[in-house]
Design a protein around this ligand. Structure first.
Ligand code: SF4
Length: 286
């Protein structure tokens, strides 16, 4: 494989890994295509320059010691950028003072230019909802509607999130909603680690102030920066994790559910775990 193809392949594998996809398989090749590929002439090997003679003296073979093998993946794919360690958990704020405490965090953010996302945003999307909520949702970052209004989850995905909250027997005003990054990434791309690591401490402080009983992470990016590690979403769903002493449940992002509504059943199962932890029962129909 030539170096250009290899680099492109590695970049693609990194991209999939950042999405939480780590298992790959070879698509079966039809006999017709296999015969066609076999019939194509191989690219002639490029002449390689003669290696320069080594100037190092070689130790006698008897002094040779076995070294443990380095992990193969580190040779193939450079290590991921580290995910920032979480801050220490803040002191508990009395419920009556939580709205004011959130306002102080918002003031500290100010007209933020701490990361590159500030260049394309219209409005900082800080958070929305009850400052003393029992349930807190964390998404990835603002989209176009949120960027225009300065409120999280107000577009189509927001409408679906509202429906999910209502199905749990709650109103949107009773929960708190925030994102990993507070400014819209260009073309709704996934936030870069530098951006998420710069912005997420503000989210952690919001969580410390609200001090919910349950957090629901919406999608792989929220799960990654709350757990501090990347793992496939499928392996994280369906159970209760812990984040800064709070129960954490992980489910699909509503935008993903809009693209693949078949997964709504799975998301509802995750929300039922949150309801069980909160002692909630779904509203009676009719
Ligand atoms: S995403 Fe967060 S850290 Fe980056 S500019 Fe916006 S508010 Fe500041």
């Amino acid at each position: 494989m030539d170096s250009t193809t290899r680099d492109a392949l590695l970049a693609r594998i990194r991209f999939y890994r950042d999405l939480g996809l780590t298992e790959f398989y070879r698509r079966p090749v039809s006999a017709e295509l296999a015969a066609q590929l076999a019939a194509e002439p191989e690219v002639a090997a490029q002449p390689q320059p003669t290696p320069a003679p080594s100037l190092e003296t070689h130790e006698p073979q008897s002094n040779f010691t076995l070294q443990p093998e380095a992990p193969q993946e580190d040779h193939a794919i450079p290590p991921r950028k580290p995910i920032q360690a979480a801050l220490q958990i803040g002191i508990e704020v009395p419920a009556a003072q939580r709205a004011a405490a959130l306002e102080l965090i918002r003031e500290e953010i100010g007209d933020c230019t701490r990361c590159a996302l500030h260049t394309g945003r219209h409005k900082i999307v800080f958070g929305d909802g009850d400052a003393a909520a029992r349930l807190l949702f964390v998404g990835e970052g603002p989209g176009a509607d949120e960027d225009a209004q300065g409120i999280p989850f107000v577009g189509k995905a927001g409408q679906l999130l509202n429906n999910m909250i209502n199905a749990m027997g709650l109103k949107r005003e009773q929960v708190y909603i925030a994102n990993v990054v507070k400014c819209r990434p260009p073309a709704n791309r996934t936030p870069e680690p530098d951006e998420a690591n710069t912005c997420s401490p503000f989210l952690f402080r919001q969580i410390d102030v609200v001090r919910p009983e349950v957090i629901v992470a919406l999608g792989a990016t929220a799960a990654t920066y709350l757990l501090g590690q990347r793992q496939p979403l499928a392996g994280l769903r369906g159970r209760v994790h812990s984040f800064r002493g709070t129960k954490l449940i992980i489910t699909y992002h509503p935008a993903y559910l809009l693209r693949d509504p078949r997964q709504k059943k799975e998301a509802w199962a995750d929300l039922q775990i949150a309801m069980r932890e909160l002692g909630l029962k779904p509203p009676q129909k009719g």
